[in-house]
Write a protein that binds this ligand. Structure first.
Ligand code: SF4
Length: 291
């Protein structure tokens, strides 16, 4: 739990609950059953009192923040009152946004300074629900995406690439272009080797070099169609060169690490690095020696 804001960090966030109504097979922070929301609500309201007024972005994360219901609305109201110029980056599975009235209350509370990161695990409902660990999740998430778009909320669509969905990445790109053209950008993300991806390794784990061809096709298709696209968490040495322009330094600064061999790499300053929280680094990390 965060005790203070760091104005130099790229990852200031309010952690609002450890509960979740999904059970994603590769969740890096497995949900807890504890009813901790009230305690965290009071903590976060106190924390907001010391927030730097020029904070550009504040994350709202969990667990699943929308499980707070009206307490999330109240927290956003307080956050917007304290930080009227700050954008709020809410990470959610999107299911609660299938209620359009709730979307409107959340938007109003955030003063319309809201963008929402929502994972889509597949264009195929059966795969999405399997990966999310919840039957019916796909339908609610899709409805939520449309409701958010209707309310004018900027959407970051998040695709966590794994063994169950990487073969369909090119088809997912088609699907996003045809049916979700309103998203601000699609982030294709490598997994963190921690949390549930460890016990579920045989079912979900995939190495970036395994899915590089499908990732490349999806990235270049989306970009070619004029859609916003980004690659998160894939080191440059594991990413096809024509995808480098879309790679972001996406890993929170407090959990970014580099391998000893990265010292010889010419692209370290541009690379997202590795998760210090992963139990093993990705396979195939190789310093780039030529420009
Ligand atoms: S060798 Fe290290 S710094 Fe270079 S691209 Fe790979 S992970 Fe990044």
């Amino acid at each position: 739990m965060r005790e203070a804001f760091d104005p130099h960090s790229n990852d200031n966030a309010l952690f609002v609950t450890s509960r979740c109504n999904n059970r994603c097979l590769m969740c890096c922070q497995p949900p807890q059953a504890d009813p901790d929301a009230e305690h965290l609500f009071a903590h976060n309201v106190r924390l907001l009192q010391s927030a730097p007024p020029d904070l550009p972005v504040l994350g709202i994360t969990g667990g699943e923040p929308t499980l707070l219901g009206e307490r999330l609305v109240a927290l956003l109201e307080e956050a917007h009152r304290r930080l009227p110029h700050t954008a709020f980056h809410l990470l959610s599975n999107g299911r609660a946004f299938s209620d359009a009235a709730f979307v409107r209350r959340v938007c109003r509370a955030a003063g319309d300074n809201l963008f929402v990161g929502i994972p889509l695990h597949s264009d195929y409902a059966g795969d999405h629900d399997l990966i999310a660990g919840c039957r019916g999740a796909y339908e609610e998430t899709l409805t939520g995406l449309y409701n958010l778009a209707d309310a004018g909320v900027e959407i970051e669509l998040r695709v966590v690439v794994n063994r169950l969905n990487y073969a369909r990445l090119p088809r997912m790109a088609d699907f996003i272009f045809k049916y979700l053209p309103f998203v601000g950008w699609t982030a294709l993300m490598a997994m963190e080797r921690t949390g549930l991806s460890v016990p579920n390794e045989a079912q979900v784990w995939a190495e970036p070099r395994q899915y590089a061809p499908q990732l490349r096709q999806a990235v270049l298709s989306l970009a070619g169609w004029g859609m916003g696209v980004a690659v998160y968490n894939v080191p440059l040495c594991l990413l096809p060169r024509d995808c480098w322009p879309y790679a972001k330094q996406s890993i929170s600064d407090w959990k970014t690490a580099f391998a000893p061999r990265c010292e010889a790499c010419r692209t370290q300053a541009q690379c997202c690095g590795l998760f210090s929280t992963s139990i093993r680094p990705f396979e195939g990390i190789t310093p780039i020696l030529e420009p």
